[in-house]
Design a protein around this ligand. Structure first.
Ligand SMILES: [Fe+2]
Ligand SMILES: [Fe+2]
Length: 340
């Protein structure tokens, strides 16, 4: 357990002005699209990690991913199993963070109509914790603890007293990554119907959450002083760094008994791993731009991370589905000559 103290203020809005049609539409949609994680998901579907090898057989794995050394069939099986368990475990821990952060948003935001949407998001996040916990305990024989960089980012968000920073950390940065990661699951595990069903359901919810974040922060940064905006820039830059470090999956190499230094280097340098990690920022960059925070400093930091190119992408203000697979993934695969 981790206890995080916070000094945010709870605000009661006695005015009840509900005059934002976009937010009202999103709230209405959220109510209509509720689902039951126990009853609406077919939990009788078997998960067989052997199927991962049907989609990405040993030879294709060794050619496409260019690992530090050629892996055997058993090692590729373990790699794919551990990668999925690690990924879903981080989703689970992130979802619990989102549950707590959104509960804080209910308290901290000034407007009553915003509190109502945040309240329904709390329910959504509870459901997401439920599905990932169930998948990880009933369907996969493996779980991972929270990644230290994710833990640090969640702690920073939950310590934060300023409501816009809670949004910025959770709705824009963490949920932005989640939205892109969910889009990639269709590509990574196309033969897992249970996982794809869960992912599609969660992704529809998350798209609303990111749109909610953008709506709520619309115009907020334009009214701030340069000093206040600089704090937000620092936060975005630090969060992007923590996310990048988290995505290196070091715990997986250790757990598999792989040479940690060689695999960390692979993860940092191999075109496939680098390209894949960058794709996870595909939604964050246009969203940060829409908020007016793609300032010269943030731009430089994003350039160093190699993700500035996404600034031309569509932002998530309309909670549309990400195309599957995303166009950026298709162009990466084409560049790598995998023929997909
Ligand atoms: Fe969620
Ligand atoms: Fe969410």
């Amino acid at each position: 357990m981790l206890a995080i103290a916070s000094t945010h203020e709870a605000r009661i809005d006695w005015e009840y002005v509900f005059d934002d049609p976009a937010l009202a539409a999103l709230y209405d949609k959220a109510k209509r699209l509720q689902w039951n994680a126990a009853a609406d998901v077919d939990w009788t579907i078997e998960v067989d990690p052997e199927r991962f090898l049907e989609f990405l057989p040993v030879d294709a794995f060794n050619t496409m991913l260019a690992p530090p050394r050629r892996l055997t069939r058993k090692e590729v099986y373990d790699f794919q199993l551990h990668q999925l368990a690690w990924l879903l475990s981080q989703f689970l821990h992130g979802e619990q963070g989102a549950l707590l952060a959104t509960a804080r948003i209910v308290d901290a935001v000034p407007r009553a109509d915003t509190k109502l949407f945040a309240a329904i998001q709390v329910t959504d996040e509870a459901r997401h914790v439920e599905v990932y916990r169930r998948y990880l305990t009933e369907k996969l024989p493996l779980q991972y603890p929270v990644n230290p960089h994710l833990k640090e980012l969640l702690s920073q968000i939950l310590r934060e007293p300023r409501w816009d920073m809670i949004y910025l950390g959770m709705q824009i940065m963490i949920e932005g990554i989640a939205l892109a990661a969910f889009g990639l699951m269709h590509f990574l595990y196309p033969l897992e119907p249970l996982l794809l069903d869960i992912t599609a359901r969660v992704m529809r919810d998350e798209a609303r959450h990111v749109a909610f974040g953008l709506l709520s922060l619309d115009g907020v940064y334009a009214e701030m002083t340069a000093a206040e905006r600089k704090e937000r820039e620092d936060f975005v830059i630090e969060a992007a760094r923590l996310i990048r470090e988290r995505l290196l999956m070091q715990e997986v190499w250790t757990s598999l008994g792989f040479d940690s230094a060689a695999w960390s280097r692979w993860s940092r340098e191999t075109p496939f791993a680098v390209g894949f990690r960058k794709l996870l920022f595909a939604k964050i960059v246009p969203n940060v731009k829409r908020l007016g925070l793609l300032t010269p400093r943030v731009r430089r930091a994003f350039e160093q991370l190699g993700i500035l190119g996404f600034e031309l992408g569509t932002d998530s203000s309309v909670d549309e589905q990400m195309p599957v697979p995303p166009p950026e993934l298709l162009s990466l695969l084409t560049k790598l000559g995998t023929g997909v």
